[in-house]
Design a protein. Sequence first.
Length: 456
Amino acid sequence: MSKNMTPKEVVENLNKYIIGQDDAKKAVAVALRNRWRRLQLPKELQEDIVPKNIIMIGPTGVGKTEIARKLSKLVSAPFFKVEASKFTEVGYVGRDVESMIRDLMEVAVSMVKDERVQFVEEEAKKIAADRIVNLLKNDGILFNDTPSADSFYVDAAVEDKKSNIDYRKKVLNGDYDDKEVTITLKIQAIPMMNIMGPQGSDGLLDGMDINISDMLGNILPKQEKKRILKVKDALEILSREEANKLVDMDNVQKEAKERVEENGIIFLDEIDKIASAGGGHGPEVSREGVQRDILPIVEGSTVKTKYGMVKTNHILFIAAGAFHMSKPSNLIPELQGRFPIRVELQSLNNKDFEKILKDTKNSLLKQYTAMMKTEGIDLEFTDDAIEEISLISFEANTRMENIGARRLYTILEKLLEELSFTAPDIDNGKFIVDGNYVKDTLSNIVKDRDLSRYIL
């Protein structure tokens, strides 16, 4: 882990983004710390300690997904969210459960590669700048930037030795941004194709330990394409190309595999959709089949990916569901046993909505204020406006389907719809949203019982 945070530190960080739900925060914080504790133990003992997977139970929009997502960012762990309802039983057309491990590996490879690219970014920029210097010299552009043309008619080796570093600095400083250069890009020409895999795969050969694109890329010749670009744009493209050359992909894949196996987190959303409510026939049989397919992945197995075999024994699984039509006890007993920690998230009330709007980092009000600032408008929300918005959102959730904090998005969008439309035509100034403005703008929504006419 990149940060060995204590459970209290994890909860404190989660509090910046998520209001309430203390039980769920504590559960994931302890699960995270247990992973760190395990890695401090002898190797032979590490193998026997498995993660305590978690089921979060609660209505939509109360923070289930956000808790898991923020948790993964805190420790720079590979994180992948997938809806359990997308999976189908082996033998049926649809996604097979092993695809989530392959997707998690892709996330990890991309994460590690981005980190390595950032590490070599400065060196890559210098190499790219040297290439641009050579291009500018070949085009004769550099000779036009000095007062004395005679100074360039000296020994070429001496000139290159003295001037290349200075020219590179000028390129990096943007002195030649408006100049144009012709760069040659190598493009891998791979024909479009759709190779059908076995039933239960994503349609491509995603279940096989081969990479069709890489295989064809090694066989087919690379095409060269010339492009005329400004030095600023060329520097960006060439820097990215040089950075990719400096990154050792074998090491990237090795580290990505280790991160997935030791610190990977998979968020299984809508797990209640595959819980059998009873009957034992029709769709119920398929749902139970999906559960039985997920079971070995959660228990610990080896999944074949294009980056090699990946063990799932120590991947942390966090499942979530509303469980309106079913209960966690409707899951097959074997799968229930693999999710020993169950936490119930509470529905949000109007006071929670107020805290979400005022106290969370990068709250919706801050987002709307920043958006209007781009139009030269200082948007301000008074305390009574925030109270009114929160109360209307809570009433909407009570009368209609409870969608949690997502109701704030729809209410605020309706509230600021006219301002967003006319903002470019308004002279710079301050726009204050108070309680009366909220009541006047949303009066139809408050009066009409059929709120679905106004809010999706």
